[in-house]
Write a protein of this length. Structure first.
Length: 369
């Protein structure tokens, strides 16, 4: 923030400190778009490099399901994560990579690939993808859905994460031209943790959401509640103000099958109906049939501490409601004792910087229907 807006930003506590106040800054190379209009020559020698480890960055969790927490990553942890992404994305020199995250852009740049930030508007993103023909693209699931609705044609490999990625969505990405379509499971505390390609995910017939094989260097276990815990060289060192920890509690119900992670939903999303505990994540993947854009299962209070189970299903654009209900009939029947009491066709609310499904808002919507 600069110019006339700087005092306003400071009063609103939005201003960032000058980089030169934190560490020596040297400007090199030609001026890039958005850079300073004029570059003053740097005075003095270039600062010596630092080869040791230490705290590198503090990143806040999105706060979608709880209050944001400050996550401390070290230089060694970041380096391990960037190497893992480099091996996963496999960027080659001189072909563009389209993505808006630090963990995608930095490995691409070190591989010699030009990078571009995805356009915010779906129509512009469609034109951008056609013009660049990127070798790899990283978009969040909401960005993917919006781009598909706008008629995008993908090239190369497409990766999606930061929110649940259904097998049906990855299949649509492949159908839209991608050579490979990957779902990436990651947390602010550990990136990435696991990844799965569309073909493998579509072939999975078990209960829950297959998020893929653990990436090299990441370990997984479950605690006494069935909560998935992760550790590895690319994991965060600690939460700010707290002691270091080896294992990170994900908040996800999960299991590990032959080094592949299968999720059953968030621990706090469990629904109690009668004497049965229902974990939505075990059954939501079955609702993502052709014609369904997004689906969540939520609990609605029903007296005496009991809950009604309601599926909130968002039809894809242009798909009639009767067609969606007909497509859902078989998967709903297979849910057995976990079958929802009602199905509400409506737009699934999203929240947070990752635009994840807002289950609390969806439950309120279901209660009104």
């Amino acid at each position: 923030v600069a110019g006339w807006a700087a005092p306003l930003a400071r009063r609103a506590r939005l201003a960032l400190p000058e980089l030169s106040a934190l560490a020596p800054v040297v400007t090199i190379g030609r001026r890039l778009p958005g850079g300073a209009a004029a570059l003053a020559p740097a005075a003095g020698p270039v600062p010596r490099g630092f080869d040791g480890d230490g705290d590198a960055v503090v990143v806040f969790t999105s706060g979608t399901t709880s209050r944001p927490r400050a996550v401390v990553h070290t230089r060694a942890g970041l380096s391990a994560g960037l190497r893992t992404v480099h091996d996963l994305v496999r960027a080659q020199p001189d072909r563009p990579v389209l993505g808006g995250t630090f963990f995608v852009l930095v490995p691409a740049l070190t591989a010699g690939a030009p990078v571009a930030l995805p356009a915010r508007r779906p129509g512009r993103l469609v034109r951008q993808a056609a013009r660049l023909a990127p070798q790899a693209t990283y978009l969040t699931p909401p960005q993917v859905r919006a781009a598909l609705a706008a008629g995008i044609r993908f090239t190369g490999r497409v990766y999606s994460g930061s929110a649940p990625v259904s097998a049906e969505l990855l299949a649509r990405v492949r159908k839209a031209g991608a050579d490979e379509a990957w779902g990436v499971y990651a947390l602010t505390e550990i990136f990435p943790a696991a990844a799965v390609e569309a073909t493998e995910k579509a072939a999975f017939a078990g209960a829950g959401d297959l998020v893929g094989a653990l990436v090299p260097g990441v370990r997984a276990r479950t605690d006494e509640r069935g909560q998935l815990q992760l550790a590895g060289s690319n994991a965060a060192h600690r939460y700010l103000g707290e002691a270091p920890q080896e294992w990170i509690s994900t908040g996800d119900v999960g299991r590990v099958e032959s080094a592949r992670v299968v999720l059953g939903g968030r621990c706090k999303d469990m629904i109690l109906r009668g004497a049965e505990n229902i974990y939505p994540g075990l059954y939501e993947p079955a609702l993502h049939v052709p014609g369904v854009e997004l689906a969540v299962i939520v609990g609605v209070p029903h007296g005496d501490g009991d809950e009604r189970v309601v599926a909130v299903v968002q039809p894809a654009a242009g798909v009639p409601a009767d067609t969606v209900r007909a497509a859902l009939r078989a998967p709903l029947q297979r849910m057995g004792s976990a079958r929802p009491d009602a199905v509400v066709l409506a737009q699934v609310p999203l929240s947070g910087r990752s635009r994840k499904p807002d289950r609390a808002a969806a439950a309120r919507l279901a209660a009104l229907s």
